[in-house]
Write a new protein. Structure first.
Length: 285
């Protein structure tokens, strides 16, 4: 019996299309590697079954064992994503599959939340109080991308709370705060430092802002210098400073609304194109 190549290809395209809605480049890299192993396993099986190549059963056994192990590992790594997928599927929340993740959908913050961040950063800058804010724009930051997770808070974001956290008399002021949606998820978070060569004028907070945005693309950082009170913004490992406090609101609105919405639209369009390819394959004119 001939192997159903078309169905196998359709399943691969569909799975990759769904996972491509994620912004995490490492997720896509692992999925690509997994698909490559699946294809190699398929080719080896076909060669062995047709008798074209001898002494391949052992290779088939090795590949099968490797795929089983990797499948289990991927299930553990992406358990939260799989759980969220099944929950939304069971609840009939079809809109989940045509938007970004729940975290990404909350990145269109209200003007009030942006006001809180802007006012807090402005006050911290005027008082020359060092601060580091990590603002998620999509998926949550993976735990392996930070050195120490800090103290879990899940508190409503407010300028008073941000200012309190970064006061030098508190135990959490040396770390970063992680902001997701309208909440401060954690404080006192220790981030990896950037490995890039940088000016000696750049302090630990700035290098940490560059480091986390190098590792994880779905976030950006706001840094306040303790020495000068200047404001900096880090994204994709690049640091922009000084940033006038008067420009901060515009920057936040742009990064938290326009960019996220455009990215989501492009991803949905890409998945739609993949789906059309599958439909044409099974329903040729």
């Amino acid at each position: 019996m001939a192997f159903p190549y078309s169905r196998f290809l359709a399943v691969i395209v569909l799975i990759y299309g769904l996972l491509s809605l994620s912004n995490d480049r490492r997720t896509l890299s692992m999925v690509r590697g997994y698909i490559v192993l699946l294809v190699i396993n398929l080719v080896v099986r076909q060669l062995t079954s047709q008798g074209n190549v001898q002494r391949l059963p052992m290779l088939v056994f090795v590949l099968n064992s490797l795929l089983i192990g990797i499948s289990v590992a991927l299930a553990v790594i992406f358990q939260s994503e799989i759980r969220r997928f099944l929950e939304n599927l069971g609840d009939g929340n079809w809109g989940y599959f045509f938007h970004n993740s729940p975290q990404a959908r909350t990145t269109s913050r209200s003007a009030a939340v942006i006001d809180e961040i802007v006012e807090a950063v402005r006050e911290l800058s005027q008082n020359r109080t060092g601060a580091l804010l990590v603002i998620e724009t999509g998926e949550p930051i993976p735990e392996n991308d930070i050195h120490e997770p800090g103290v879990k808070m899940e508190a409503q974001l407010s300028k008073e709370l941000l200012q309190t956290i970064f006061q030098t008399s508190t135990l959490l002021h040396d770390g970063a705060v992680v902001i997701r949606g309208e909440k401060i998820m954690a404080a006192g978070v220790i981030l990896p430092l950037s490995e890039r060569k940088a000016s000696r004028e750049i302090g630990t907070r700035h290098r940490a802002a560059m480091g986390i945005t190098e590792r994880f693309a779905e976030c950006f950082c706001i840094v306040v210098s303790e020495e000068t009170g200047s404001i900096g913004v880090a994204e994709s490992g690049k640091l922009e400073r000084p940033v006038p406090s008067s420009s901060l609101r515009e920057i936040l609105e742009k990064k938290l609304k326009v960019t996220t919405n455009v990215t989501s639209a492009r991803k949905v369009h890409r998945f739609h194109n993949l789906w059309q390819v599958i439909k044409r394959h099974y329903n040729p004119k």
